[in-house]
Design a protein around this ligand. Structure first.
Ligand code: RIB
Ligand code: CA
Length: 308
């Protein structure tokens, strides 16, 4: 697995999860929740805190066309809430996330790419090598929603932050699994999960507990929820435990121009017509159901398995 991310509270927990449930070979960073300096520093801090020997490659510092945006109101000024990170000694392996993605796709058999931030790096990689999707065993993205949004009534942050990149990826990335808000809002981690990780008492578990604490506070303040959606960890588990999810092949396109709908994943729910010609555009597996308890346990058990 290769993760492209914008840490980010939930990206951080996703990285810890992937280190256990997958063979996580590398991380690339992108501008998203916070700026590229912070997302990259955070990725280095996460792998160092957890003692993971996983390279971090720095990527795009702004969207393809849209103005750079952020989500510090959700993730805090630095992107990891109010967590006091230890000094980071790790350094980035390169400033060429796109080149790293292409090299790994060419050299690693069965590589699965999980994108959990704006899709800028992925779009740039496909621009540079249109054959990229065929060299991967799959692409799973946390992003979009068949219904609704979180940044606007119709758009989810990762798509909204760089809709032109998302439009390219959904058009050119062939078989794609979309883990949208439809499922991630069903997978909330709460105080029970926080306490399980807090009680473990080793660095990675304490970091995850601190991150979840902050996410719980924001979820409570912003939505009155008692649990926090750990969106990105759902995408990791969807790639490694697909049997815990259910979805349909749908034609998905990204709205770029709508005043109220820019950044919307327009999911054609009409499905394949039994009478008409096959809808060859229905190539995105849009997930809509999830075994919530099993996914929650998979995430927490993975973090607890990082005990040094
Ligand atoms: O909308 C949720 C997504 O946006 C997650 O990936 C979160 O980290 C933010 O990037
Ligand atoms: Ca993210």
């Amino acid at each position: 697995m290769l993760i492209d991310c914008d840490p980010g509270l939930d990206d951080a927990i996703a990285i810890l999860t992937a280190a256990v449930v997958a063979d996580l070979i590398g991380i690339t960073t992108v501008n998203g929740n916070v700026g590229i300096e912070h997302t990259t520093h955070n990725a280095l801090a996460i792998v160092e805190t957890a003692g993971l020997d996983i390279p971090v490659h720095r990527g795009a510092e702004r969207p393809l066309i849209a103005d750079a945006v952020d989500a510090h109101h959700v993730h805090g000024a630095t992107g990891l809430g109010s967590v006091d990170l230890p000094d980071v000694h790790r350094t980035v392996a390169s400033h060429d996330a796109v080149g790293y993605i292409l090299d790994m796709a060419a050299g690693v058999e069965g590589l699965h790419l999980v994108a959990m931030g704006p899709l800028t790096n992925i779009a740039l990689a496909i621009q540079r090598d249109p054959g990229l999707p065929q060299r991967l065993s799959g692409i799973t993205i946390m992003g979009g929603a068949a219904v609704g949004g979180n940044v606007t009534a119709t758009a989810e942050f990762n798509i909204w932050a760089d809709p032109e990149a998302a439009a390219m990826v959904f058009r050119d990335a062939a078989a794609l699994t979309m883990v949208g808000l439809d499922v991630t809002h069903q997978v909330l981690l709460g105080a029970t999960e926080r306490d399980r990780m807090r009680e473990a008492g080793f660095p990675a578990a304490s970091l995850a507990a601190d991150l979840l604490d902050y996410a719980l506070e924001r979820a409570g303040e912003m939505r009155g929820w008692a649990g926090a959606p750990i969106h990105d960890a759902c995408a990791v588990v969807a790639a490694t435990h697909p049997h815990l999810f259910d979805g349909d092949l749908r034609h998905v396109e990204i709205e770029l121009h709508g005043r109220l709908t820019r950044g919307m994943t327009v999911v054609d729910q009409r499905g394949l017509s039994p009478l008409g010609p096959p809808d060859t555009n229905a190539r995105t597996l849009v997930l809509h159901d999830v075994d919530t308890p099993a996914v929650v346990d998979t995430i927490v058990d993975a973090v607890l398995a990082l005990r040094p």
